[in-house]
Design a protein around this ligand. Structure first.
Ligand SMILES: CCCCCCC[C@H](O)CC(=O)SCCNC(=O)CCNC(=O)[C@H](O)C(C)(C)COP(=O)([O-])OP(=O)([O-])OC[C@H]1O[C@@H](n2cnc3c(N)ncnc32)[C@H](O)[C@@H]1OP(=O)([O-])[O-]
Ligand SMILES: NC(=O)c1ccc[n+]([C@@H]2O[C@H](COP(=O)([O-])OP(=O)(O)OC[C@H]3O[C@@H](n4cnc5c(N)ncnc54)[C@H](O)[C@@H]3O)[C@@H](O)[C@H]2O)c1
Length: 717
């Protein structure tokens, strides 16, 4: 796990634990043994630690956190490195993260390739740096940078890290040779002045000010998350305690936060994100399918989604046609894209060069004939089957035979759109989430005809544009919106039965959702929901009126459409379930008019309003969705619970510290969830989302935990 060799009086400890050289027990032991050997060997005058293959160690082996762990621990290994009288150089390439950066900070010198990145991403998996990182980084960078890096988990490019003092020199060429060359220069130099433990924290006298600011920041930005709070406490101690006590304190904090439910959930989410990349569909999978190269693209429709999707594509440096039917909409769309790109540059999400290049990559047009040569088209026009079919038929005629045709439909079965073409195997759903330039989920949908190569192409495209792509089978609403439908439907019923929209929102925000369901509706636009409902009603042959309470035997609430019909379209019109400071405003306030409309609506339908508890709100919103999630698994729409959880984490910003709804259900206990679903089914027999899933019934009756169903090692942590 650590290859030992000596080259011109420099010992090389080359960590060899693919794929990311994680600091497993064997690696820690290999480093300790290597240090011992190098110290004893009188011919060795300096030591280099590096990583074989693609990276310097990217951190501890997260899988080991579930077990009791085995000595040697990383801190004593690091102490051995630091105490060495022979200079030790960390030669960094790839990603030097977490425990990897801690090892590097125990070394006396750090050199790195320009392409390398360093960071402490522990916070993202619910823990804090536990091998003295919280004590050593502030001694190098000072408190503000240490608070920022450790609480954000961000990866810092090597050149920036050099400015912070983390890296001593940027080197070129082969990293091992560069490390050895650097080590030879350091031969004979005393290591004592290079030992970080003995250094003071530069701005210790201002610790109160920096720590208070960091704490306020994390409580606001990472509301509900425990790890960032623990990170602040640990870093703070670096300026308030002597080094050894600071390390002890870090260990205590690590042991508390590391054993929390949040840490387990976040580590599950880490592995789940990787599991969904290993997709399967009839006739192929991620290993066997071959993506076609995508060098040029087109987006149809310059509305809310089309502009957001174009921004994603342009930010990745890909050319993009933007096609509209309406000149004014096209001009507005271009303005939106320009503003979004400028905003991304300002926020540092993309470089100014990429921002500038985007202008030349974007090709606005009103003519489909320009699309003959593009590799992939994404349609994002109104949610209307006939319109989408018309556009697909047109694209089928003008585009070259290899072009992949994608729809951003939120609900329409891809098979129903693909029939309009002679290339159904090249038709696929690519469902972005609003706002498309921000939300990380890309739900790719295969129809009965989509080929694995087409699926592979959109899965790859998802990664290229910085999304987390999942692949699911087509059905009405697909995975995400189908499973989320009861969430919206039940929230609608709750306000009809007696809760107020802002009460429901508050309960769900306290649960961990960044925005309650009614604020989300206002953001998406009430007309979008209303059009989707109209489309479903049309399919079912139902005529909707203000008094419609059932659709095809299912309970239904018309309140959303009642508001939409009043012109209350949400944020964009300045009024929806809330009122806003202006059309396009963001500050939601309670609107008494909504209470009046609600009361009138209930009176008209003869509904008696009642008090509803927070527990009932959570159960009705979450358990109804979880029940649907199990049906989605039963039907093979998703292959694994991880796909479901990832769709909620990145499509609906479900709190990572709860892992996702399926993971959450497992934590609550499948038996309890099933019993409550049966209870609500008895009380609300006209809502088919309460008909208990047979899979859930079986798992609950046979006491089989979800973790046995999950593919990711995190599920068993
Ligand atoms: C008091 C007690 C003291 C405790 C000491 C604590 C020490 C320390 O402070 C804690 C840590 O370091 S915490 C750790 C801090 N570090 C982090 O949190 C870094 C986490 N890792 C990452 O962010 C990304 O993997 C990279 C950016 C490294 C590479 O990205 P990429 O190129 O897109 O590649 P990819 O697709 O992402 O991964 C490839 C494969 O590697 C797998 N794997 C990866 N890391 C793993 C790990 N640490 N472990 C295990 N496995 C890990 C991954 O599952 C996948 O496996 P698969 O079977 O092929 O699916
Ligand atoms: N808004 C959301 O939150 C959201 C989220 C995910 C998916 N979707 C889906 O994305 C699609 C687009 O939704 P939106 O909210 O961006 O709609 P939108 O109303 O904001 O924009 C639609 C655009 O399509 C244009 N268009 C219509 N017919 C056209 C044609 N023949 N050729 C070229 N352009 C044409 C319109 O002029 C308009 O600018 C829908 O299928 C919707 O269901 C929407």
């Amino acid at each position: 796990m650590v290859d030992y060799s000596v080259n011109s009086s420099v010992a090389l400890l080359l960590v060899n634990n693919p794929p990311v050289n994680a600091l497993s027990h064997a690696v820690r032991k290999g480093l300790a043994d290597g240090m011992l050997k190098a110290t004893k060997d009188t011919k060795v005058k300096a030591i280099v630690i590096a990583g074989k293959g693609r990276t310097f160690p990217a951190g501890a082996d997260i899988r080991e956190f579930s077990g009791p762990g085995k000595e040697p621990w990383l801190v004593p290994v690091g102490n051995g490195i630091e105490a060495s009288g022979k200079p030790v150089v960390a030669a960094i390439h790839g990603t030097c993260l977490g425990g990897g950066l801690e090892v590097a900070l125990f070394c006396h010198y750090r050199v790195a390739l320009k392409s390398a990145r360093v960071g402490f991403p522990e916070v993202a998996i619910g823990i804090l740096p536990g091998a003295a990182g919280t004590q050593r980084l502030p001694r190098v960078t000072g408190l503000p940078v240490a608070f920022d890096m450790i609480t954000s988990g961000r990866h810092v490019p090597a050149e920036q890290a050099k400015k912070y003092g983390i890296i001593d020199e940027i080197v070129t060429g082969d990293i091992v040779n560069a490390g050895i060359r650097y080590a030879m220069i350091m031969v004979g130099k005393s290591t004592i002045p290079r030992r970080l433990r003995a250094k003071p924290v530069p701005d210790a006298e201002n610790v109160q000010k920096y720590a208070d600011a960091a704490m306020a920041h994390v409580k606001r930005k990472y509301k509900g998350y425990e790890a960032p709070v623990y990170c602040v406490k640990a870093v703070r101690a670096s300026a308030e305690k002597p080094y050894d006590l600071g390390v002890e304190n870090e260990k205590t904090l690590f042991n508390v936060v590391g054993k929390s439910g949040q840490a387990r959930a976040q580590q599950y989410a880490f592995f789940a994100e990787r599991v969904v990349g290993k997709w399967e569909m009839p006739g192929g999978n991620s290993q066997t399918a071959k993506p076609i190269p995508v060098r040029s693209t087109a987006v149809i429709g310059a509305g809310t989604m089309g502009t957001g999707i174009a921004v994603c594509i342009l930010s990745a440096g890909l050319p993009c046609y933007l096609v509209e039917q309406n000149q004014k909409f096209l001009e507005n769309g271009l303005k939106t894209i320009k503003a979004l790109m400028e905003g991304s540059v300002k926020l540092g999400k993309i470089s100014p060069e990429v921002g500038q290049r985007a202008a030349s990559l974007l090709k606005p047009t009103m003519s489909y004939d320009d699309l003959t040569g593009v590799d992939l088209v994404i349609e994002a026009v109104y949610e209307n089957l006939e319109l989408k079919k018309e556009i697909f038929a047109k694209l089928d005629k003008v585009c070259k035979p290899s072009t992949i045709l994608c729809s951003n439909t939120s609900s329409i079965d891809i098979d129903r759109i693909a029939v309009a073409t002679k290339r159904p195997e090249k038709c696929v759903g690519v469902h972005f989430f609003a706002p498309a330039y921000h939300m990380k989920l890309l739900e790719n949908i295969y129809s009965t005809k989509t080929s694995p190569d087409t699926a592979a192409t959109v899965m790859k495209l998802g990664k290229t544009i910085g999304k987390v792509p999942i692949l699911v089978k087509s059905c009405q609403g697909f995975l995400a919106n189908r499973m989320n439908t009861p969430y919206g439907t039940e929230s609608g019923f709750l306000v009809e039965e007696g809760a107020l929209p802002w009460e429901v929102d508050q309960v769900m925000e306290d649960f961990g959702m960044p925005m309650g369901p009614f604020k989300v509706r206002d953001l998406s636009g009430l007309d979008v929901g209303s059009k989707i409902t109209a489309e479903i009603a049309k399919t079912l042959g139902v005529t909707l009126t203000d008094e419609t309470r059932f659709m095809a035997g299912n309970r239904y609430s018309h309140m959303n459409t009642v508001l939409a019909n009043m012109g209350r379209l949400g944020r964009k019109s300045g009024k929806g379930w809330y009122k806003y400071e202006k059309a396009g405003g963001k500050i939601a306030s309670i609107d008494d008019d909504v209470i009046t409309v609600l009361n009138n609506h209930c009176k008209k339908l003869g509904i008696e309003r009642r008090t509803i508890s927070s527990q009932e709100i959570i159960e009705r919103l979450m358990y109804s969705c979880i029940n649907e999630g199990f049906k989605i698994l039963e039907e093979g729409i998703a292959k694994r619970p991880e796909e479901i959880d990832i769709s909620w984490l990145y499509g609906f910003t479900f709190p990572k510290y709860l892992g996702g709804p399926m993971y959450y259900a497992n934590q609550v206990g499948l038996g309890r969830v099933y019993d409550r679903i049966c209870y609500y089914h008895e009380n609300f027999p006209f809502s088919k989302h309460w008909v208990p899933s047979q899979l859930l019934r079986r798992l609950s009756e046979q006491n089989i935990p979800m973790s046995q169903w999950m593919a990711s090692p995190g599920a068993r942590l």
